[in-house]
Design a protein around this ligand. Sequence first.
Ligand code: ADP
Ligand code: MG
Ligand code: MG
Length: 271
Amino acid sequence: TGFKHDYAKIKKLDSGKFGKVYLCEDSVSHEQFAVKRLKKEMFKDTKNLRQLYNEVSILRKLKHPNIIKLFKIYEDNATISLVLEYVPYGNLLSRIQKRIKFTPKEVMTFSKKLFETLRYLHSQGIIHKDLKPENILIASSISDCEFKLCDFGLACYVDKSLRSKSGSPGYIAPEILRGNSYSTKADIFSAGVIIYILTSGIPPFYSKKSEKVMKKNKDCKFSFSKNEFKGISPLSIQFINELLNPDPAFRPTAEQVLQHSWIHLACCSES
Ligand code: ADP
Ligand code: MG
Ligand code: MG
C-alpha cells in the first residue's frame, strides 16, 4: 500500500512555498482530508530538510481543538505527504481580502481563542514563528470565529537555540529581525499584528515596497490611524499597543493576555 492506493486526489486547495495542498478522499471510508505534499528537492540543503522533519514531529506532538490534526504521514524518495484534518472554509487572509468586516465582538471572541491556543502551544515549549492570516484556517461557515492553526514549518522549541531569522514580513517580531534572542513572546507580537488588521482592516506595517515593510516592521513603526480606528475603544487600542511592544520583555505572555480586562469583555459583551 501507499498514498496513491489509500487516497484519491479530488482537487488542489492551495500551494504554499514548498509544496501543494490537495483535497483527498480516503478510498475506503470516503472521508475527506487535506494532504500537504512536500517535495524533498525543495529542501535540498540539510538544514531545510531538518526543518521539514521538524514540522512533522512538532505537529505530531500537538493536541488541541484549534490546532490542525495530523493523521498520517507517507514518505517516499521524493516526497513527504502529511494527511491533515480538512478545514473547508479557506484561510483568514481570503476572508480579510473579501473585506468581510469583523465586529468588535468577533475580534474579541477570535482573540480569546487564539491566545488560549498560544497558551497551550507555549506550555509545550513551542514557538509557532509564522502566525499570519494564511496560516489560520476558517473552520465554520457561520461567523463564530472557529479556526484551526496550521503550518508549523517554521515552528521551533524554546530551549533549542535555533537562531534562524525566519518569519513573514509584516508579522515577524522585531527582536528576530534584529538578530536578538527570541522566545514565545515572538508569537504574541504576530498575534498583535493579526488583531490590529482584524480591528482596522489595514496592516500596521505597510508599504508597496517589501523592503520598506521590513524596515517599518524591524523599527516597529506603526500608528493607530484616526480613520481606520474610528469608534474603536481606547481599551482595545491600549491592548493592541501592548501586544506590539517592540521590547519582548514588556509584551504580555498568552497567560497574562487571558487575564487582561479587554479579553474578559469577550465573554460578556453584547455589541
Ligand atoms: P506552506 O508552509 O507552504 O505555507 P501551509 O501549511 O501554510 O503551507 O498550507 C498552504 C495553504 O494551504 C494554507 O494557507 C491553506 O490555504 C491551505 N491549507 C493548508 N492546510 C489545510 C487544511 N488542513 N485544510 C484546508 N486547507 C489547508
Ligand atoms: Mg503557510
Ligand atoms: Mg510553512
